[in-house]
Write a protein that binds this ligand. Structure first.
Ligand SMILES: [Zn+2]
Length: 482
């Protein structure tokens, strides 16, 4: 089944056909790096990471270019830099590094390119110059503004008309704007803020223009897929289309009719059914969550709802996700014990390996249906059930099923850890040897039927935050609980 995508622009689910299957392009709006990312910021990262993995699987690793920008000039960054008396790069370098580490902890692959706005100022200035030259933009009071009246398709992505935008006051009204919906491309810098020279006077870019400039420089128009959170449809993505297309108006460019061939937007994330906000005190930072839960558990929770649907973030969801992943890893651990092999590497027999890879089809089918991650994760659980049955009844195809589960998990970014390491949960060597010694002593106590001692030792293990799972033939595995 070929991939089909719900396209926000056409409001339909359409089969995905890349412009060039040898160079599939994906752009996702990235973070403004001035503080820690919250869990709502992580949702598009993980969703589009699954898409990136699926596209790589379909078109080949070297044929997919995924760009996720870093906004490194912005009012909030400037404010943080001024408050601390440091250059903006001190703030942005720090938080870009933290962001990348936190997203890597959630299993997100590094995008092919992570362009930064401040490294593309020349392209931004050139694009604004073209917009002014062809009368799509105008200068006023040190600002350059995009003239929304010059673009008849303005509002098509979001379903707004210029009239309802103005009537509904969805736009900032400023005295220097010809029309209330016009938006800033370039603005003067305030004292102490970073400033760049330009033909329109010294200043800095507005936010929207950076994505259009970076898309042109890193990917080229039209791109195949543009992604982001639902809240970016208007005005950010609407403005990207307007300035991106109009910058080629009258310029003889051969690609001035389409900006992005498919638009994908993920739904909102709420906290216990409430909006996440500082005033409600319910902001959850990824940086803190990864201290409490394995990144893979957080990833599972983020993908548990379809990306277009709202996702309600609760402690229950995290705990349930943890239990589900424990069950999947347990299947792998039991299988490894039975088959005597790890499923991390391809099976030696090529035809068996092909069989194992083919077994992941149900997961791929679900993902190709507009990235239906809940269905894909259900298929993964079904593969684990089938593996458990094969192991219990000692079927010959247990090694193939074991491998299938790891291959299928990899498509979603799951189950790539060693099962033993998963259950040890990052325990240090000292704790590991302490636990192993206690488990050995407990096994000895059980063999000599000293149940009181065995129970006492289990209590000691519990106090260490360790749960012991007795396996067949007196073997025991253990896991850490938070
Ligand atoms: Zn953007």
């Amino acid at each position: 089944m070929p991939l089909s995508i719900h396209d926000t622009y056409s409001r339909t689910k359409r089969p995905f056909e890349p412009r060039d299957p040898n160079r599939v392009t994906l752009y996702v709006c990235g973070p403004t790096v001035y503080n820690y990312a919250h869990i709502g910021n992580a949702r598009p990262v993980v969703v589009f990471d699954v898409l990136f993995r699926l596209l790589r699987h379909t078109y080949g690793d070297d044929h997919v270019i995924y760009a996720r920008n870093i906004t490194d000039v912005d009012d909030k960054i400037n404010a943080a830099a001024l408050a601390q008396g440091v250059p903006i790069s001190t703030i942005t370098d720090k938080f870009a590094a933290i962001y990348n580490a936190d997203m890597a902890a959630l299993g997100a692959l590094t995008p092919t390119a992570q362009p930064r706005a401040t490294a593309h100022i020349d392209a931004i200035v050139a694009m604004i110059g073209r917009l002014v030259a062809n009368a799509s933009a105008y200068a006023a009071e040190g600002h350059v503004l995009f003239d929304t009246q010059s673009f008849p398709d303005y509002g098509k992505l979001s379903g707004h008309t210029l009239e309802d935008l103005i009537a509904g006051a969805r736009v900032d009204v400023a005295p220097y704007k010809r029309n209330a919906a016009d938006f800033v491309l370039w603005k003067p810098s305030k004292p102490g803020e970073p400033v760049w020279d330009s033909p329109f006077g010294p200043g800095r870019p507005g936010w929207h223009i950076e994505c259009s400039a970076m898309i042109e420089e890193t990917l080229g128009l039209p791109i195949d897929i543009h992604g982001g959170g639902h809240d970016l449809i208007f005005p950010h993505h609407e403005n990207e289309i307007a300035q991106g297309l109009c910058s080629h108006k009258g310029g003889g460019a051969d690609h001035s009719d389409t900006y992005a061939r498919y638009w994908m937007h993920n739904g909102f994330l709420t906290m216990d059914a409430e909006k996440m906000s500082k005033s409600l005190g319910n902001v959850r930072l990824v940086h803190e969550l990864i201290e409490r839960f394995p990144g893979e558990v957080i990833r599972w929770a983020l993908l548990s709802a379809h990306y277009r649907a709202p996702l309600d973030w609760t402690d229950d969801l995290l705990e349930q996700s943890h239990r589900t992943l424990d069950r999947l890893y347990q299947s792998l651990q039991d299988a490894a014990r039975e088959t005597g092999q790890s499923a991390a590497t391809p099976l030696a027999d090529a035809s068996l390996e092909a069989q194992a890879v083919a077994g992941a089809k149900a997961v791929i089918d679900a993902l190709e249906d507009d990235l239906n991650t809940p269905a894909a994760m259900a298929a993964l659980s079904a593969l684990a059930t089938s593996l458990r049955q094969a192991v219990t009844t000692k079927l010959d195809d247990a090694p193939v099923k074991q491998r299938t589960l790891v291959v299928a998990g990899g498509l979603l970014g799951f189950l790539q850890a060693d099962p033993g390491a998963w259950f040890e949960g990052g325990a240090d060597e000292a704790l590991k040897s302490q636990v192993e010694a206690l488990i050995g002593a407990r096994a000895e106590a059980r063999r000599s039927k000293d149940w009181a001692a065995a129970d006492r030792i289990r209590g000691e293990l519990t106090a260490l935050g360790v749960e012991v799972l007795d396996g067949p033939g007196g073997t025991a595995t253990w896991r850490r609980r938070e």
